[in-house]
Design a binder for this molecule. Structure first.
Ligand code: ACO
Length: 366
């Protein structure tokens, strides 16, 4: 039987995360992700996903030291970026620089040490490139700062506020892992051939780049900018749907109720910002869109997904829209690497089948 887009197909057993699409729950190694955002840091949740349990103080210290040690770019990486065309998009830059990490150090089997290194490098790559194309030099990482704080510090050249770090850390924890999504599947498929971790992560970055996966938040900003005022919302939304367009930031393959990550991000935004014209507009657009989607697409259970409020978080910390998907990548690399490690521990090569629907040419007709 053909399952278009592998809908409903179970491709792996996993200990890493569980999504209950009906209840709207996302679980990381037994913990609800939205609860982890309240009392745990990026580093602690990354540790949980890689090792299977939350770290002791000593284990956390070791992880932080490993991240510090691996955060600096090599001269080769800087030189590669210095030679890339200025108009290359940021996701392609990350893919290229990470790909250049693929030395013999990364031969099969993948390890947690390699996973830490790739996770440590991605924010520094983004900050170096983003500053370079804006005619600036990125700050070197500061060992006193945590992973998320360092990212904003290297990017903007100034120490971020606590509210900015909290908002982004919530987002990065909530998007670290999400079961067998397209990019994670890519990573696992590549790993299943006993290829190296760098190749798996390079494949995942390429998959993440597409607008139907990691590229949605920029589309959400466009939607909100187009709507601009509360009064316009219904007209813009109806026009888009009547033209057969999809509303960016709505719908999900697995969640058939509210995406718990969207709810957690909305809560964080309401707590940190209170009333804010951009957030008010986003909440209004959500209300109108869900009502209109329910009317024009009955029975499809379409609600906001994580990308809708991710766009609002990114906007609130003044992150350039071209950095939305790269920032998503900087968090999801943890989930990708955890999955590659799991795949390597119990590997079977992925090899589905296809059904030939072309014509047969009889012998003699050629
Ligand atoms: N706007 C309008 N209609 C939609 C939307 C949407 N955002 N999403 C789904 N639908 C409709 C489809 O048109 C389809 O209608 P039909 O039955 O009349 O043909 C029906 O709902 C089912 O849609 P599918 O695309 O088949 O659902 P699928 O599970 O394959 O797609 C996806 C999920 C890709 C996320 C889709 O909802 C979408 O394209 N959303 C917009 C892009 C987006 O926000 N992506 C971010 C996803 S979250 C993430 O990657 C982290």
């Amino acid at each position: 039987m053909l399952n278009q887009g592998l809908k409903g197909v179970v491709a792996a057993e996993t200990y890493i995360s569980h999504i209950d699409g009906e209840k709207g729950q996302l679980i990381y190694r037994g913990y609800e992700a939205k609860h982890l955002t309240k009392s745990n840091t990026f580093e602690e949740v990354a540790y949980l996903l890689w090792y299977g349990y939350l770290p002791t103080a000593h284990e956390l210290e070791n992880l932080k030291n490993e991240l510090i040690r691996n955060r600096h770019l090599t001269t080769t990486m800087k030189s590669i970026m210095d030679h890339l065309p200025q108009n290359m998009d940021v996701m392609s830059v990350i893919r290229t620089v990470i790909s250049a990490e693929g030395t013999t150090d990364y031969q099969w089997k993948p390890s947690i040490a390699q996973s830490i290194r790739l996770t440590a490098l991605i924010p520094t790559i983004i900050a170096y490139w983003y500053n370079k194309i804006n005619g600036k030099i990125a700050n070197e990482p500061d060992d006193a700062y945590g992973h998320v704080e360092n990212y904003l510090y290297m990017l903007n050249g100034t120490k971020p506020t606590k509210a900015q770090v909290d908002g982004l850390e919530t987002y990065m924890i909530l998007t670290m892992e999400h079961g067998m999504n397209a990019s994670t599947f890519s990573a696992r498929v590549t790993a299943s051939t006993e290829s190296d971790l760098v190749s798996s992560i390079t494949a995942a970055i390429g998959t993440m780049k597409g607008p139907l996966h990691g590229g949605a938040p920029s589309g959400v900003i466009q939607l909100l900018e187009e709507v601009a005022t509360h009064d316009n919302a219904e007209k813009v939304i109806r026009n888009k749907l009547n033209n057969g367009e999809k509303l960016m930031g709505f719908g999900h393959r697995v969640y058939k109720t509210h995406d718990p990550r969207a709810i957690a991000l909305r809560e964080t935004l309401l707590q940190s910002k209170g009333s804010d014209s951009w957030l008010d507009l986003a909440i209004h657009v959500e209300d109108v869109a869900v009502k209109v989607l329910n009317e024009l697409k009955p029975g499809r259970s379409l609600y906001t997904n994580v990308e809708f409020y991710a766009a609002a978080i990114m906007k609130s910390i003044n992150l350039d829209p071209q950095l939305f998907t790269p920032t998503f990548t900087a968090s999801r690399v943890v989930g990708w690497t955890a999955h590659v490690l799991e795949q390597a521990d119990n590997n079977t090569i992925y090899r589905p089948q296809s059904v030939y629907i072309g014509e047969m040419v009889e012998a003699g007709e050629r």
